[in-house]
Design a protein around this ligand. Structure first.
Ligand SMILES: NC(=O)C1=CN([C@@H]2O[C@H](COP(=O)(O)OP(=O)(O)OC[C@H]3O[C@@H](n4cnc5c(N)ncnc54)[C@H](O)[C@@H]3O)[C@@H](O)[C@H]2O)C=CC1
Ligand SMILES: O=C([O-])CC(=O)C(=O)O
Length: 355
């Protein structure tokens, strides 16, 4: 018979073992909450890469609150011991483990079902998202190489900017590794939808939770294209309102960057949006039907290889890419501007991987 780990004679030894990893042979150096009192809850294994950052910390908190998560791996190149110890004291069911530094990347990723990536530099005032390319392209490449090695079937939610280029970079990494499944790679554009819902609700004087604005294209400036003609519940706007709303939604990120005046970009609203999108992915992975979210994915909706539209999420990720639907004249002009800039950003990402 196996010794009962919950027998009084074993209980403290088991707790000590996960607080003091040296007691567990072969355990990674940092595993503050590797055990549960009564075994693991059923659910999904989720890793957050960049977990100690401005987005990573509140996102770790929100994913620890998600009942669909049974194991939560927090990886960063700094500060994961503190974040992990802190989050692991929340009395929700997910088991939290921390991983620090490149030598623990593979341990952080092995066995994961969903990998959420908010690692990388944020903007300062005066910068475009593309100005982050030189630093963040390499970070995303390294992390995605880890995904290909250790959890090639995981669904990836990519947040790191510039999303318009980092998603093509990730796709190239997975192609080179022979693990690419376009359905499993999703660029996170949920914050654009959250902003659009909020700003439209303000104009209409309704609760933002009752509004749904499709936002298509990409995730930078003019590539962010809100389809105000397709808002639900159906409504109409004056030309002035359309200009105001489109401009505010396209520049929502810059509005936060300027307000933070050098200390970073959106973190709290982004963590909220990423947690919402991650939860939608997990519910779809569980088999829930009818889950539709906007995301920047491999797509044939336009002539470009990547484009954000509504996608139907399923067990395997983005199982159906939904069409753009009817656009009005204003949106058609916006679409052309979006495609021009997106095309360059996509080529830049692909070029980075093939130079
Ligand atoms: N998709 C979207 O809608 C949004 C994307 N972002 C982007 O998300 C990224 C993160 O933003 P913040 O959390 O505010 O930045 P931050 O600087 O506060 O945090 C980034 C974290 O990434 C970590 N990191 C750096 N290199 C790493 C590596 N090789 N492996 C693992 N972790 C690494 C850092 O140590 C840091 O903890 C930025 O690129 C930002 O532009 C931000 C808001 C919205
Ligand atoms: O604006 C930024 O740099 C961060 C971001 O992507 C957003 O808030 O939408």
């Amino acid at each position: 018979m196996q010794p009962d780990a919950n027998a009084p004679s074993h209980r403290l030894a088991r707790v000590a073992a996960h607080l003091n990893p040296q007691m567990e042979e072969g355990a990674p150096a940092l595993r503050p909450a590797a055990c549960r009192a009564k075994g693991g809850a059923p659910g999904f294994k989720v890793a957050i890469l960049g977990a100690a950052g401005g987005i990573g910390q509140p996102l770790s908190l929100l994913m620890k609150m998600n009942p669909l998560v049974s194991v939560l791996h927090l990886y960063d190149v700094v500060n994961t011991p503190g974040v992990t110890a802190d989050v692991s004291h929340m009395d929700t069911s997910a088991v939290v483990r921390g991983f620090l530094g490149a030598q623990q990347l593979d341990a952080a990723l092995t066995g994961m079902d969903l990998v959420i990536i908010p690692a990388g530099l944020p903007r300062k005032p005066g910068m475009t998202r593309d100005d982050l390319f030189n630093k963040n392209a390499g970070i995303v490449r390294t992390l995605c190489e880890g995904v290909a090695r250790c959890c090639p079937n995981a669904i990836v939610n990519l947040i790191s900017n510039p999303v318009n280029s980092t998603v093509p970079i990730a796709a190239e990494v997975f192609k080179k590794a022979g693990t690419y499944d376009p359905k499993r790679l999703l660029g996170v554009t949920t914050l654009d939808v959250a902003r659009a819902n909020t700003f439209v609700a303000e104009v209409l004087g309704v609760d933002p939770r009752d509004v749904n604005v499709p936002v298509v294209g990409g995730h930078a400036g003019v590539t962010i294209l809100p389809l105000l003609s397709q808002v639900t519940p159906p409504c109409s706007f004056t030309q002035e309102e359309i200009k105001y709303l489109t401009n505010r939604i396209q520049n929502g990120g810059t509005e936060v960057v300027e307000a933070k005046a050098g200390s970073g970009s959106a973190t709290l609203s982004m963590a909220f949006a990423a947690a919402k999108f991650g939860d939608a992915c997990l519910r779809a992975m569980r088999g829930d039907a009818g889950i539709v979210e906007c995301s920047y994915v491999a797509s044939e909706v336009t002539e470009l290889p990547f484009f954000a539209t509504k996608v139907r999420l399923g067990r395997g990720g983005a199982e159906e890419i939904l069409p753009l639907g009817p656009l009005n004249d204003f949106e058609r002009v916006g679409l052309e501007a979006a495609k021009k800039e997106l095309s360059e950003s996509i080529q830049k990402g692909i070029g980075f991987m093939n130079k």
